[in-house]
Ligand binder design. Structure first.
Ligand SMILES: NC(=O)c1ccc[n+]([C@@H]2O[C@H](COP(=O)([O-])OP(=O)(O)OC[C@H]3O[C@@H](n4cnc5c(N)ncnc54)[C@H](OP(=O)(O)O)[C@@H]3O)[C@@H](O)[C@H]2O)c1
Length: 217
């Protein structure tokens, strides 16, 4: 599959694009500005010479033309971005990695978005897309460092089991990641909100935590 990343110029989307490309997947790094995307792709390819990364720049519309589309904008931009591309996303997996979070004093806290989660709001904005979620808890720093081995579980939810299975297969193309089915879009709120607690943990322990779930053989 060819993957497109909406908002792929940020730390999170570019890191996912990089890891997928390093695993041999073709990825379109999308942006509101094709020029910005070109800059990010040049920077990634330049930083990892000899890796033969199939990364291509494009605007978000070009990225939405891929087979599977990752949503990596801030939460405020998610519904608008997807709404403009709704027709193009029809029938495709739309994988949100978006968390809604705000700074409250000196703490990060989850924000309850309209409709209860970003993923559900996005699903209403692109009603013919097959909406899923993954990658919410992976900190962009280690993800963007190909020299660092990953060892993490990735919680995957989707509107139906077939979509979940396809997303897990994509996640597991990245060495060191195990995808776990955590249910349908009703699980999105819990998955998205948990991120704020992980960010607080990272601040408290000066760490870059990732999740490993015990008890699954
Ligand atoms: N950072 C992490 O460690 C991490 C980890 C897991 C998940 N996430 C989630 O992934 C998402 C992206 O995180 P990030 O840190 O990469 O965010 P970011 O840098 O703030 O935003 C990512 C990209 O989205 C585009 N964008 C910004 N505002 C927008 C708007 N209003 N409408 C449409 N596009 C907009 C920008 O690209 P252009 O200007 O080029 O269009 C920007 O480069 C967030 O929802 C975050 O919660 C982040």
């Amino acid at each position: 599959v060819r993957v497109g990343v909406l908002g792929g110029t940020g730390p999170a989307g570019s890191a996912v694009a990089l890891r997928l490309a390093d695993a041999g997947v073709e990825v379109v790094v999308g942006s509101r500005s094709e020029e910005r995307a070109a800059g990010v792709v040049a920077e990634l390819v330049g930083r990892w010479p000899g890796r033969d990364l199939a990364l291509f720049p494009g605007d978000n519309r070009t990225a939405a033309g891929a087979d599977l589309v990752v949503l990596a904008t801030p939460w405020e931009g998610a519904v608008g971005t997807v709404g403009e591309l709704a027709e193009q996303l029809s029938g495709k997996i739309l994988l949100s990695m978006v968390n809604a979070m705000v700074r409250w004093g000196d703490r990060f806290v989850p924000l309850l978005p309209p409709m209860g989660s970003v993923a559900v709001a996005v699903a209403l904005s692109a009603p013919k897309a097959r909406v899923a979620g993954a990658f919410h808890h992976l900190p962009a720093g280690p993800l963007a460092d190909l020299g660092q081995a990953l060892d993490s579980d990735v919680m995957v939810f989707a509107q139906d089991r077939a979509t979940t299975d396809e997303v897990i297969a994509l996640v597991e193309q990245i060495p060191g990641l195990r995808g776990l089915d955590v249910g349908g879009l009703g699980s999105a709120l819990a998955v998205e909100a948990l991120t704020a607690a992980l960010v607080e943990m990272n601040r408290r322990y000066k760490a870059r935590t990732s999740l490993k779930v015990a008890g699954i053989a």
